[in-house]
Structure formats: structure tokens, C-alpha cells
Ligand binder design. Structure first.
Ligand code: SF4
Ligand code: SF4
Ligand code: SF4
Length: 352
């Protein structure tokens, strides 16, 4: 903390040296809207929504890319600021096909929220022609270029957060588009389907394919949990409608993943509803499996272990634990083998 202060909406407040107006305002409880800014990354200033008035400056300043200076006087909520944000929202809306009622992002869209907040009715500018078809060939992500506002968040997320470098800004002027290498569809590109671009997209340009028709934001509740796939323990939100998961997103600001997920955690939840999922233990008898209770199955396993150890000694058995299980389970597994079975034959599958 530098001890320096600036004037925010008439109030003297502290800031850290080098902070942008946007970050300093947030730290002091004042939210400035933005569509392109991603916390922790270099600001692009692409959306021009975070404009604020700075006393002495001739034009409005982008709060995301303007550093605060001591004694600077900033106003975030004046009629001039509203008018500019409204105009820029109108321009963004006019540049695409924004038929909200048909959009998967309806109710969870930064652009829609701004249009509502600033009273945009979409009649000020003629709509641009829609030139790129929607891409939905892959099983995970739908790319609707007509709803893309070219904020660049997806590119920053892919290149700087997950460092996959699968997408970039392509073409120029009215043809501008977010492209993969060679402008190929996602499934033919370097994309690994982590879905980070979907996570940060402020509009309906990138949406989860499996979500289609499964639940609107206001119909779902969020349940926080830990990803079941590996031992990292990523924190995630399950978006649940009528006891069924319709979408998974990452928890921002929570260790260890801080808003990131991989393809399995984000998209691999279907197994819960698979018809093939085993729900009871199976015991093989006469070459065929039959369903059994947990007690019966565990009694059988215990008896077999005892039989082998009594006959051939403890080193005749070995355990391979799941490297994707939690630390506590792995600890208990090795305890079982070392302390109960009296063998050091214990390993985990990550080394096989
Ligand atoms: S992207 Fe947002 S503003 Fe555009 S149609 Fe979808 S919900 Fe509406
Ligand atoms: S899904 Fe992941 S790898 Fe693919 S474009 Fe999006 S951020 Fe990049
Ligand atoms: S796809 Fe989404 S995140 Fe990427 S530039 Fe378009 S609106 Fe922004």
C-alpha cells in the first residue's frame, strides 16, 4: 500500500501504485462495467464500455487501461459517461445478430445486461449483415460469430491463461473474426476443448453445446463442488436444473484452479447419467456376472485376501491405488496394505 489517494466520485480513497482506475475502483467498492477486461491480464481497451470522466482530461478515459495518479479526480457514473456507454452498447448490438430470446446466453450476458441498464432499444443503427455461419461440428462448444463482439477475451484466455494458443484475431474491418490457425473449425485446430474461452465470453458467441435446451440461467441453481476426475481438486460450480447437471463452470478466485478447468472437468459429466454406469457390485460366478450387495462383495474380497495371505504370505498381494483419488484415500490405501496386510506392495496408477 503506497498511502496514496485519489478522488473517486467525490470521495478520497486509497489506491496501489500502478493500479488502473478500474481495479482501484473495484477495490473501493465501485463497479465499473466492462466486457473485455480480464482480471490479472493486460487490458485491451477493446470494448470501450468502462469509460469514465477524469477531471482535466478532454475525452472520456478507459478505466481498464488508465493508471490512477495521486489526487486524480474520477467520476464513474455521470450523464456523459452513461451516454457514451449507451452509444457503445448500441454499436456493439448493431454489429451482430442479437435476438436474445433465441440465445443460450439470454439472462447471463454482459451485453444484454448493459443494453438493459442503459436503455438501449436497438433502433439507433442499422444491423450489420451476418456473414459467418455458426460452427457446431464439435461435441462441446458452439461458436456463433454473429453474437461475437470481438472483445478478445477468449483469445487472452486461450493464449495467456491456459497457454494453448489455439485462437487469435483474424481478418480486418467488417470481416473481423476470432480464428484458429488457418481459420479451421475448433475440432480441426489446436484447441483442446478446455472451454476457457466459453467461460470468459461475455455474450452468447461461445456456449456449451450440451447446455442447449437444457436450462435457462434463472431455472438453474449453482452447487459448489470438487472435480471428481483427478487429485488436483479443482473447484467447480454445478449448474443444476431439477437435480440434473446442465453445465459446469470454474470457481473464480478459489485454489487450486482459480477459474480454470480442463475438458474432463468442464464437459465430462455425462457419465452420471449413463445407462451403462455400474451402480451395484458384480460378482463373477460360472463365467457370468451377477449383482450383489456391498456387504456380500466386501466379504468376498476380504475372504479372498485372507485366503491368499494365509497360503502364500503378505507379499503375495499388491495394491494399485487410483492416482486420481484424493490424498486421504491414497493414504488409507497404503495404510491398509502396510499396516493390515503387512506388505509394502503398494503403488498408484500414475506410474504404470
Ligand atoms: S449475445 Fe447477449 S445480447 Fe446477443 S442475443 Fe445473446 S443474450 Fe442477447
Ligand atoms: S477451448 Fe480452450 S484450447 Fe480451445 S480455443 Fe477455447 S480456450 Fe483455447
Ligand atoms: S467469442 Fe466471445 S470472448 Fe471471444 S471475442 Fe467474441 S464475444 Fe469476445
Amino acid at each position: 500500500m503506497s498511502g496514496a489517494t485519489f478522488i473517486l466520485n467525490g470521495r478520497s480513497v486509497p489506491f496501489k501504485l500502478g493500479q488502473s482506475i478500474l481495479d482501484a475502483a473495484r477495490d473501493n467498492g465501485v463497479e465499473i462495467p466492462t466486457l473485455c477486461y480480464l482480471k490479472g491480464l493486460a487490458p485491451s481497451g477493446a470494448c470501450r464500455i468502462c469509460l469514465v470522466e477524469v477531471t482535466g482530461a478532454r475525452s472520456l478515459m478507459a478505466a481498464c487501461s488508465t493508471p490512477v495518479a495521486p489526487a486524480m479526480e474520477v467520476f464513474t457514473d455521470t450523464p456523459r459517461v452513461h451516454q457514451a456507454r449507451k452509444l457503445n452498447t448500441e454499436l456493439l448490438l448493431a454489429a451482430g445478430r442479437h435476438d436474445c430470446i433465441l440465445c443460450e446466453a439470454n439472462g447471463d450476458c454482459g451485453l444484454q445486461e448493459l443494453a438493459y441498464r442503459y436503455g438501449v432499444d436497438g433502433s439507433s443503427f442499422p444491423r450489420s449483415e451476418h456473414i459467418y455461419p455458426t460452427e457446431q461440428e464439435n461435441p462441446f462448444i458452439v461458436r456463433d460469430f454473429s453474437r461475437c463482439i470481438l472483445c478478445g477475451r477468449c483469445v487472452q484466455a486461450c493464449n495467456q491463461i491456459v497457454v494453448n494458443r489455439a485462437i487469435s484475431q483474424g481478418y480486418r474491418g467488417k470481416d473481423s473474426k476470432i480464428v484458429t490457425g488457418g481459420d479451421r473449425p475448433y475440432h480441426e485446430s489446436d484447441c483442446v476443448f478446455c472451454g476457457q474461452c466459453v467461460e470468459v465470453c461475455p455474450t452468447g458467441a461461445l456456449t456449451e453445446k450440451k447446455l442447449r435446451g437444457q436450462g435457462r440461467p434463472w431455472e438453474t441453481k449453482r452447487i459448489r463442488t470438487t472435480c471428481p476426475y483427478c487429485g488436483v481438486g479443482c473447484q467447480m460450480w454445478l449448474h443444476v436444473k431439477e437435480d440434473r447437471i446442465v453445465k459446469v463452470t470454474a470457481v473464480e478466485g478459489a485454489a487450486p484452479n482459480d477459474g480454470r478447468l480442463c475438458v474432463k472437468g468442464r464437459f465430462g459429466y455425462d457419465f452420471l447419467y449413463s445407462e451403462d454406469r455400474l451402480k451395484t457390485p458384480l460378482i463373477r460366478e460360472n463365467g457370468r456376472f451377477r449383482e450383489a450387495s456391498w456387504d456380500e462383495a466386501l466379504d468376498l474380497v476380504t475372504a479372498k485376501f485372507k485366503e491368499i495371505i494365509d497360503r502364500d504370505g503378505p507379499d503375495a498381494v499388491a495394491g494399485v491405488s487410483c492416482a486420481r483419488s484424493i490424498n486421504e484415500d491414497s493414504y488409507q490405501m497404503q495404510k491398509l496394505f502396510r499396516a493390515v496386510f503387512k506388505t509394502n506392495n503398494i503403488d498408484h496408477c500414475a506410474r504404470t
